[in-house]
Design a binder for this molecule. Structure first.
Ligand code: NDP
Length: 477
């Protein structure tokens, strides 16, 4: 078993101030793979002091100096890419093919997206009224990341902090801390000055909360559940720090009768099940025009039956386990709620798939005849569970799509480009995918309503980490 009990503070791996061991579990085998330490408020104090000290000089570095460091980090990441993919497979349970093609790939894509944006960023801008606008690093940033797309979230927070001249303390999820510690090694090797990046492991209520409440932290960037996002915001309120949040979703996927049904329904089911359904922007509510409802149910059922779970260590397009026993329990409870509320089980259902009694595997599940008041239509399931429901008119589809507390992503399937844009503009969501178009690196990622605030990635992601200063210059002449 790996011993990873140290934290990365001020450029060194240091022992925690108090011993508090925690075992990291492989979700496919339920066996421990590493031991880490759960930190305390005192460890956070130490890391924040280091970040504050480093900010004094790091905030004065030039864009060119920071670009050189980021380019170096990119080279190192590419060199250690396979290690990153293997680590994510081991601690999250993402199948290795998916880890290589998606989970690890985002670490390259986002870093490149930020490098491109930093080259275009205007730190000094003359306003038409004669004033001068300066963009400056916000300060010491507290970063809290979840387990579902671990290096994605780390890259979306650590990179813009360091790119803009801020310093940071990262608390990754204790369920998937190993990829974060590997990233710390890469940041170290790239030569970022001591104290610019710090990592403390621990849980949300203790370490996460200590970070959010800390008066020397200028900004919190959090990704996770809406519940925890609210807790971070409340903890941060007393010190009036900036808080950016990327929270849950219950994204609608509207299928009109003119869509290329075979292609679009296959793609939609595969996307919903991707990463075992553990994606905040997963298209989990399939809204189908009634005239093609039976056909869509038939295609979805066929694709759903083809979806197989499997050992994440093996290559292939199968689905891995959920990350933890807690998540397994949550997903089972919601599948049972769907059955109890009268939705029709088309594929899957409660319990473990045959032959997968060990590991947090669930049956890929599709419910038909769902209505938007059921819990499987309202709650974020975070498992491979799709809810299909019918609509008659465009107006009704938009109303059902927007009838949710969330507003992260939405999906529209139609061959009518005018309708696609008309509907997209009426959806209260931060990102709308038309006919399966993917999210592209460098574009803003984030949501409306209880899906959070702020945007991550590219130029918008950099701006969230910047303060704006106005210099009122005297009139010339
Ligand atoms: P959480 O939101 O609780 O966890 C995400 C991160 O936040 C973890 O590092 C966690 O630490 C931390 N955290 C939790 N509570 C606090 C707090 N009070 N202050 C500061 N940090 C905190 O997600 P869960 O793992 O409990 O998953 C529950 C549900 O959340 C999922 O089923 C899914 O619906 C949603 N979720 C959404 C994500 C997204 O991408 N938007 C990502 C992950 C989950 P700790 O693990 O110790 O609690």
């Amino acid at each position: 078993m790996l011993d990873r009990r140290k934290f990365y503070i001020e450029g060194e791996w240091v022992a925690p101030l108090a011993q508090n061991d925690f075992e990291v579990i492989n979700p496919a085998t339920e066996k421990p793979i590493a031991v880490i330490s759960m930190g305390t408020a005192a460890d956070i104090d130490r890391a924040v002091s280091a970040a504050k000290k480093a900010f004094a000089s790091y905030s004065q570095t030039s864009v060119d100096e920071r670009l050189a460091l980021l380019e170096k980090l990119l080279d190192i990441y590419k060199r250690r890419y396979e290690e990153m993919a293997q680590t994510i497979t081991l601690e999250l349970g993402a199948p290795i093919t998916m880890s290589r093609e998606q989970q690890a790939d985002v670490g390259v894509g986002h870093l490149q997206g930020f490098i491109d944006a930093l080259k275009r960023l205007k730190l000094r801008e003359a306003l038409p009224n004669g004033d001068l606008l300066l963009r400056e690093p916000i300060g010491v940033c507290g970063l809290i990341t979840p387990w579902n797309w671990p290096i994605n979230q780390i890259a979306l927070k650590v990179v813009p902090a360091l790119a803009t001249g801020s310093t940071c303390v990262l608390k990754p999820s204790e369920f998937t801390p190993l990829n974060a510690m590997l990233y710390a090694e890469m940041v170290h090797e790239a030569g970022f000055p001591a104290g610019t990046f710090n990592l403390v492991n621990g849980d949300g209520p203790n370490v996460g909360s200590a970070l959010s409440r800390h008066k020397a932290i200028d900004m919190m960037s959090f990704t996770g559940s809406t519940r925890a996002g609210i807790a971070v915001s409340k903890d941060a309120a007393d010190t009036v720090k900036r808080v950016t949040l990327e929270l849950g979703g219950k994204s609608p996927n509207i299928v009109f009768e003119d869509a290329d049904l075979d292609d679009r329904i296959t793609g939609s089911v595969v996307e919903c099940f991707n990463n075992s359904g553990q994606s905040c922007d997963a298209p989990t509510r399939l809204l189908v025009q009634r005239s093609v409802y039976d056909k869509v149910v038939e295609i979805a059922g066929r694709v759903g039956l083809d979806a197989k779970v499997g050992n994440p260590a093996e290559e292939g397009s199968h689905i891995g386990p959920l990350v933890s026993e807690i998540q397994y329990g949550r997903v089972q409870a919601l599948i049972e709620a769907g059955i109890a509320e009268g939705a029709r089980v088309l594929v899957g259902g409660a319990g473990k798939p045959d032959g997968f009694e060990t590991g947090y595997f669930v049956k890929p599940t599709i419910f038909a005849d769902v209505n938007n008041d059921m819990r499987i239509a309202r709650d974020e399931v975070f498992g491979p569970v799709l809810a299909i429901m019918a609509f008659d008119t465009e107006e009704e589809a938009i109303a059902i799509a927007n009838d949710t507390n969330y507003g992260l992503a939405a999906y529209v399937q139609t061959t009518d480009a005018t309708r696609a844009e008309r509907v997209a503009t009426r959806l209260r969501a931060g990102m709308v995918h038309i006919n399966g178009a993917p999210h592209r690196y460098g574009s803003p990622f984030g949501g409306y309503k209880q899906s959070g605030n702020g945007r991550e990635g590219g130029m918008f992601g950099l701006e969230d980490f910047l303060e704006v200063k106005t210099l009122h210059l005297p009139d010339v002449g």
